[in-house]
Design a protein around this ligand. Structure first.
Ligand code: ZN
Length: 272
């Protein structure tokens, strides 16, 4: 019997790392080549492992990961060098919380072994931008944009420019049914409410996440600006109302459309 063996050499971002038995550690890493995967670091706490110190959460690294067979789910780290430790994101408790929020968000939402080079590029550039950002307001804008783009890459991007009921083009505020991800123009939303034919339009969803979101003109614009590939994220304006609306949008989509309560959102409440 012969085993085909392979070493994956890739750039990646360390999402998490935890202790296993003995001195080993399990490292969760989002790689450019293979997406999110797990790899064991042998004897990580021993001095003889010269890579151990490089395996910190949030490090951008070059990794060599050995897989016993092409089907192996978990690899073994045989090489690890730091490309960017994101030093400025470790300089205060507030900034460490921002870093861990972004990492936990990806860890909790992205499927295993699902590579996506474009998302990887976004993820990496987001960390670089947050690392360089000095103003908390700018950090907040970056986080909101990242959340919306993450949804986009997960395949969730409702067409906000057209009413799902009458097909009319919508240009301003809309109501979004987050269970079906259908948009209603103001006049359809109004008539649905008036006739009362559809009770669900007044219902509050699980865990307090609204099923029907009123998306203001400002929030709709922010949504479009955030997803515009060419958009300079730093210049996107984020008012308090749009910040709140965008947070609520993100939470409600997970609760009502994906039926998933994200633990990481508990952390988000404490952020800047
Ligand atoms: Zn309509």
């Amino acid at each position: 019997m012969s085993l085909s063996r392979a070493v994956l050499r890739t750039e990646g971002i360390i999402l998490n790392s935890f202790r296993l038995r003995d001195a080993d550690r399990m490292v969760v890493i989002f790689t450019k080549e293979q997406g999110k995967l797990k790899a064991v670091m042998k004897a990580a706490s021993k001095a003889r492992n010269r890579f151990a110190a490089n395996a910190e959460i949030g490090h951008l690294v070059d990794a060599g990961i050995f897989f016993r067979t092409p089907q192996s789910e978990t690899g073994r780290i045989i090489e690890l060098t730091i490309r960017n430790p994101f030093v400025s994101l470790r300089q205060s408790i507030e900034r460490i919380m921002v870093l861990s929020y972004v990492l936990n968000l990806v860890e909790e939402t992205w499927p295993w072994h699902d590579p996506h080079p474009s998302f990887y590029v976004l993820f990496k550039s987001m960390l670089e931008r947050v690392d360089a950002a000095e103003d908390p307001h700018q950090v907040r804008s970056l986080l909101r944009v990242f959340e919306l783009r993450l949804l986009f890459f997960l395949g969730i991007h409702p067409a906000l420019d057209r009413c799902g009921n009458c097909g009319e083009k919508t240009t301003a505020a809309v109501s979004l049914d987050t269970r079906s991800m259908t948009v209603l123009c103001p006049s359809c939303a109004l008539s649905v409410r008036k006739t009362g034919r559809n009770e669900k339009y007044d219902r509050v969803g699980r865990d307090g996440g609204n099923e029907i979101l009123e998306m203001s003109k400002g929030l709709v614009r922010f949504y479009h600006d955030s997803l515009a590939q060419s958009g300079a994220v730093e210049s996107v304006t984020l008012t308090k109302a749009v910040d709140d609306g965008s947070r609520n949008f993100f939470k409600s989509v997970f609760l009502n459309y994906l039926g998933k309560k994200l633990n990481v959102l508990e952390v988000r409440k404490e952020l800047v």
